[in-house]
Write a new protein. Sequence first.
Length: 76
Amino acid sequence: MINELLAKREVLADIAEAMYGEFWVCEEAFWNSTTELQMREVEFQLFNLGWTPDQPTDDQIAMGEIIFEELQKKKK
């Protein structure tokens, strides 16, 4: 079940990127969209099953820093 939810989350992230661009989490239109609501539900299900994410990789940390800078530019 967890693997299926992780796969679904990956598909939803791909959809978000196609619809809102590479920095989709910085796009206001993403939040409360159908894609975000579905992603949120998947995250809740993963949490309820006891899944915890791995430690972030160096690439993920670098991407987080880029996203943070983008959000600062938009004053979010």
